[in-house]
Each structure stands twice: as C-alpha cells, then as structure tokens.
Write a protein that binds this ligand. Structure first.
Ligand SMILES: *Cc1c(COP(=O)(O)O)cnc(C)c1O
Length: 514
C-alpha cells in the first residue's frame, strides 16, 4: 500500500478534513438525499419488491480500498445506482420473507438525528440515556411486563435471548461462575420446543453449556410446546444427574407463529425452580393488541426477549431484553473499571449505565428510533398493525383453504400463514421441489417475496406478513402469482419427465427457471 500523498491531506485551515469546506454544498447534497429517499418510499409500491443484481453491479464492489477522495456526491451517486435498487426489499408492501418489519419513516428520521449527534449509550449523564430508559419502560408496558424490570436495547432478539440465558446461568451459579467459569463435573439443561429459534442453540454454545444442553421437546398438533414431554424431559435429566436450568417458551415461533402456553410453563418453572425465559421476538407485543389473551403468563417471565424491528416496524436493528429482577441482571454483566467510575456530578454521573447490563460498552442511539416511533404514531398505531396483519393472515388462510390447488400446513399463528401448492399424482418430494421453485419464481418476478421452510418433513411456503404497508389486495396478487407459477412448474416437470432423452431427476426436481 502506498503511503498517503501528503499533498492530498487537507490544509490546516480550521476544517477537520472530514467536515465539508463548504456547508452549503453539503446541505444541498443532504437535501437531495432526503428528497430521493422520500420519493423512494412514496413510489415503492410500483417498483419490484426484489431484483437480482446484474453482474456489473456485483463486480463494482470488488475494488480495492480508495486512498483518495471521490467526494460525497460521487459516493452517494454510487449508492443511489448500486445499493438502493438492489436492496433486500423489506421496505416494500409485498415483502413477507422470513419474519421482518418494513421500517417506518419516523424511525429513519430518528436514525439521521441519532447519527448526527452520535452519543454513546454505554452510560454517563445525558438525555439520550433517559430516552433509552423511557423506551425500556414503554416497551415493558406495551408488552404487559412489569415496568420495574431492567432492560437493555440490543441488536435484536438473538442477543436479547442470549442475555436472558446468561442472567439465568449466573443467577443459578452465583459469583463463582464469573470468577472460575462453569463448575467441573456439573451439566445443565435448557428446555424449549423443537420449534425454538436457532439463536438458542448459539446461546447454549456460547454460554459454555454446549448445544446438547438445549433439549428440544416435541410440539403438539398446533406446534406448541408439549407440556407432558417437557415434564418427562426434566424428570429424565434430573434422574441422570443433569441440572435443569431454564425453560425457553416461544411467544410466536419463527415457523408458524405458534404461542406456547405461557401460563402453564410459568407454573411448571415455579414448581421446579427453573428460570422462565420467554422468546417474544415475534409475539412479545401481542399484549398491546386485541389478542392480548394469547400471551397470558408472559408477565411472569424471569426474562423476556423482544424485537422492535419485526412486528413493531422499527428500522433494523433493535431488540430488547427485559429482566424482572434488576440485581440479577447487573450481577451478570457489571464490571466497573476505574476509567468508567461513576461520579456524583458532571458527565460521569448517572444512575444507570447500560454497559452494566450487557456486553457492549459503546452503544448507539437505537432508542431514538423507538422513542420517536411511539411518540409520533402512538402505541395504538402499533396495536393496529398487529391487529390488521393478524386479520390479513386469517383472511389469506381462508383463501388458501378454499383453493383446490392449495393446502394449509399449520394453524395461523400471529400473522404467519404456511401453505403449499399441490397437484394430483405428485409425491411429497416432487411437491417439495415444485413449491421451492415456485417461491423462487415469485421472488424473481418482483411481485412479492415469501420464503419457505420445512414443516413435519415437507416444504412449506411461509407468508410472514409483519408489514404495516401490506393491503389485502397485495396478498391476493401474491396468491394468484404463486398458483400460476406452481402450475407452470408442474407442467414443466411433467414435460421433463415424459420427454425422451431428458433424464427425470430424483423426486421430480424442478427445472431451472427459464
Ligand atoms: C427473529 C427471531 C429471533 C432472532 O431475532 P433477531 O432480531 O433476528 O436477532 C429469535 N427468536 C424468534 C422467535 C425470532 O423470530
């Protein structure tokens, strides 16, 4: 790498070299960016949801580190040309892939403000800390959880879930765990259903329990944790000398949106002396909606993981962990070195230092996008999103049930519908391939984005609505396109398997899209 060219460095004229020499030209670029983005949002419905990247766009990201300035105008022009049009598409009304929110405009404005003032939410005495504290309390209230809980905004529910389990572990093992690590010769178990999110496996690995400590017990016909199986698993572990530590109940599973019987799990945890953790990444805010009864018992959790960037529509990424007993939370993470000592006055004052509740020291101002969202729209607007998308899922399920070529594979949980295209004479493996291919074709058509999963051994197409922009007719458009592509793929598969010379592939694997 060549040394920097001294003559290219800014002259010591009072500018830092990164701030513009001329604020007015920066202002006009900033206005243009905002104008373009508002146009983008206003016209988003008429654009494809997702489009495949052309090769030249893909290759444009291969270049080496730029040592010399292109200027902010050029940098933005490249973003406008190569990034915005080929982004994921979850800001579009017909994006229902995995389980994501669409983001909301007020949250985007908050991000701009947060990034300009650029505070560090690790701690200290400044009003952004109060904003985050208020967001923690507001979210607890919205979820129906005690507002006395301690809480921390994190990157998402994966982190939130891990913090919850970390507190469970240190609560059980006390200060010796922090000093010496896991005790020799003892083994622990964490319970959840076969439908729990994969992040819990990661947590068990990273917390030193090992992935095998995660007992994934069977679900009932509605994909909810089978309580009898849970009791048997706990008994079997105790008999084998393994110490049950915590139960993870799902308030909305990622595959089907099933909500476990939280009240019953709470009772069991109480009886057995186990930590009760709720993964509320999807349904944790149902308490705000007219479906609050679904999550009765959530308020009894020892720890609760929530996601704001899913059903609650905040721009990615922001999740939240709540811990019922603040001392247990602090005792898990607090390390206060001399350079972070809290002072009675001055900027180092402040009662709550968020760094004592999690891993990160430097933390961004994620809280502002949640705070401005609640303030601008009111919490009832988010309740309305939950109610509307739930109703849309039920309506879609009705259309699927009434369609002779479609089959529904699970009860509607939260706002998730699992379905499958069917055709007479094709076995499950052939239908798996058809559905998988039809999903890809829908994505490539730009009409909608849905993704698939496997339910009870067969490919299931998931429509996970979670999108405040979706209208009923968007879902109609998808269903029509999906059936059309399903028919096409079936017809092509039949041609391939009957035409001489063309070797039929195992299980009737679909042909590549033409
Ligand atoms: C999405 C999800 C997670 C992980 O949350 P991230 O915000 O993506 O890290 C955990 N659990 C469930 C049930 C989820 O749906």
């Amino acid at each position: 790498m060549a040394p920097p060219d001294e003559s290219a460095l800014p002259a010591p004229d009072g500018s830092t070299g990164l701030d513009p020499q001329d604020w007015d030209s920066f202002r006009s670029l900033a206005h243009r960016v905002v104008d373009d983005l508002v146009d983008h949002l206003a016209g988003r419905r008429d654009e494809p949801v997702w489009r495949a990247m052309p090769d030249d766009v893909r290759r444009s990201f291969d270049g080496p580190l730029p040592r010399t300035p292109a200027g902010a105008d050029v940098a933005y022009a490249e973003v406008a040309e190569r990034v915005i049009p080929y982004s994921m598409g979850n800001d579009h009304p017909r994006f229902w892939g995995w389980y994501m929110g669409a983001g909301h405009p007020v949250g985007s404005l908050a991000d701009l403000v947060a990034s300009v003032i650029n505070p560090n939410l690790g701690g200290a005495d400044h009003s952004p800390v109060l904003v985050e504290q208020q967001v923690v309390r507001w979210c607890a209230e919205a979820a129906g959880y005690p507002t006395t809980a301690s809480g921390l905004l994190v990157g998402g529910a994966s982190e939130a879930n891990m913090v919850g389990l970390a507190v469970a572990r240190s609560h059980r093992l006390g200060p010796a765990l922090r000093e010496h690590g896991l005790p020799d010769g003892r083994r622990f178990a964490v319970y959840g259903s076969t439908e729990v999110h994969s992040c819990h496996r990661k947590s068990c690995e990273l917390l030193g329990l090992g992935a095998s400590a995660l007992r994934q017990v069977p679900v009932d016909d509605d994909f909810r944790l089978d309580l009898g199986a849970l009791r048997s698993a706990i008994d079997a572990d105790r008999a084998a000398g393994i110490e049950p530590l915590a139960v993870v109940a799902s308030a909305g599973t990622v595959n089907t949106g099933a909500v476990d019987d939280l009240e019953a799990v709470a009772d069991l945890c109480e009886r057995e002396g186990l930590w009760f953790h709720v993964d509320g990444a999807i349904g944790g805010f149902l308490g705000l909606s007219s479906h609050a009864a679904t999550v009765r018992g959530l308020e009894r959790a020892d720890s609760l993981a929530l996601d704001l960037h899913k059903w609650m529509q905040a721009p990615i990424d922001v999740g939240l962990v709540l811990v019922r007993e603040e001392p247990a939370h602090r005792a898990t993470f607090s390390v206060v070195p001399t350079y972070l000592a809290h002072a009675p006055r001055g900027i180092s004052a402040g009662e709550v230092w968020f760094t004592e509740y999690g891993l990160a020291l430097s933390r961004g101002f994620r809280a502002l996008r949640v705070w401005m969202g609640f303030r601008a729209y009111g919490a009832d607007a988010f309740a309305a999103v939950i109610d509307r998308t739930t109703a849309q899922a039920r309506r879609l399920a009705g259309l699927v049930d009434a369609h002779p070529e479609l089959q529904r594979l699970a009860p509607v949980g939260c706002d998730i519908v699992c379905l499958r295209y069917t055709a007479p004479g094709l076995d499950d493996a052939a239908l798996d391939a058809v559905n998988h291919e039809a999903v890809i074709r829908v994505q490539e058509s730009g009409i909608a984005v849905v993704t698939d999963t496997v339910l009870r051994g067969v490919v299931a197409v998931r429509v996970a609505i979670a999108n405040h922009r979706t209208r009923d007719d968007d879902l109609d458009l998808f269903l029509e396109a999906f059936v059309r592509h399903g028919r096409d793929v079936v017809a092509e598969t039949a041609q391939v398997t009957t035409s001489p010379g063309a070797a039929p592939t195992a299980g009737g694997t679909a042909t590549a899209p033409s």
